[in-house]
Write a protein that binds this ligand. Structure first.
Ligand SMILES: *Cc1c(COP(=O)(O)O)cnc(C)c1O
Length: 232
C-alpha cells in the first residue's frame, strides 16, 4: 500500500469508528483533506484513492494548485482568513468558503461570484472560545450575521465552522464542540439550507464527531507535518 493510501484509510477508519461509537448513522461525516503547503502532486495521489474534497488556506497557493488539477473533478473549500482584496479569486475558484465572519466579505463574495456558476456555499466561522487572536463572529452576533448573509443572491448559507482553542483536555474539547452544535441546531431551525457543521481536525476529530460534526478538516493526519509555507 502506498503511504497516501495508508494515511487515508487510517483517517477514514478513525472517522467511521467515531461515528459508530457515537451511535450516528454511517457516512454522515464528510472528510475534507486540508492540503495547505502541500504540492498539487500530493493532492493528486490522494484524489487517486478517491478523496474528492480539498481545503486550502492561502488564495494564491490554492489558485495555482486548482489550475494544476483541473483534469480531476475535485471540490474546493476555502478555510483560511479572508482579506477583502482576495474575495474575487475565492469567488471565481472555490465551491465552498468556511471562514466567513463578516457581512462585507459575504457581500463581496456574492457580488463577485460569476453569474453562470452555482451559488457559493458558505459557512459562518464562529469564535467559539472567544479568543482574541482568532477569527470568527461571536456566538452573540451570529444570528444577526446569518440574517444579513442569507438573502445574498449568489451564496447559500450551509452552516458553521469552528476552530476551538487547542487543548488536550477532552472535557474542554467536548464542551466547545457541544456549544457549536447547539448554535448549529438553532441556525438549522431558521434556515433550511443549513446542513453542515465543520469541526474537528487531526487531533480532535473523535470529540467533534461525538458532538455532531458533519465535516472534519484533516491536514496532518493525511499529509504529515506541514511542508514549509510556499511564498505567496
Ligand atoms: C490547517 C487547518 C486544519 C487542519 O489541521 P490539522 O491539525 O493539520 O489536521 C483544519 N482547519 C483549518 C481552518 C486549518 O487551518
Amino acid at each position: 500500500m502506498t503511504e497516501a493510501k495508508n494515511r487515508l484509510q487510517c483517517v477514514l477508519s478513525r472517522i467511521n469508528h467515531a461515528t459508530s461509537q457515537s451511535n450516528r448513522p454511517a457516512n454522515t461525516v464528510q472528510l475534507l483533506a486540508v492540503s495547505k503547503t502541500w504540492p498539487a502532486d500530493a493532492q493528486r495521489l490522494l484524489a487517486k484513492q478517491g478523496q474528492q474534497h480539498f481545503g486550502e488556506n492561502y488564495v494564491q497557493e490554492a489558485v495555482d494548485k486548482i489550475a494544476a488539477l483541473t483534469d480531476l473533478s475535485l471540490v474546493w473549500h476555502f478555510i483560511g482568513p479572508i482579506q477583502s482584496n482576495k474575495t474575487r479569486d475565492i469567488a471565481h475558484h472555490f465551491d465552498w468558503v468556511h471562514s466567513v465572519d463578516r457581512l462585507k466579505i459575504a457581500s463581496r463574495l456574492s457580488e463577485q461570484r460569476p453569474a453562470d456558476f452555482p451559488p457559493l456555499n458558505i459557512c459562518l466561522q464562529v469564535n467559539i472560545d472567544q479568543e482574541d487572536t482568532k477569527a470568527g463572529i461571536t456566538a452573540e452576533h451570529l444570528f444577526e450575521l446569518a440574517a444579513a448573509v442569507s438573502p445574498l443572491e449568489n451564496i447559500v448559507l450551509r452552516g458553521l465552522m469552528v476552530i476551538p482553542k487547542a487543548t488536550d483536555d477532552k472535557t474542554l474539547q467536548h464542551a466547545a464542540f457541544q456549544r457549536a452544535h447547539k448554535l448549529f441546531i438553532q441556525l438549522q431551525q431558521r434556515y433550511p439550507t443549513v446542513d453542515t457543521l465543520s469541526m474537528g481536525m487531526s487531533a480532535d476529530l473523535e470529540a467533534a464527531i461525538a458532538e455532531g460534526s458533519t465535516l472534519v478538516r484533516i491536514g496532518t493526519a493525511l499529509f504529515g507535518d506541514r511542508a514549509p509555507k510556499m511564498p505567496q
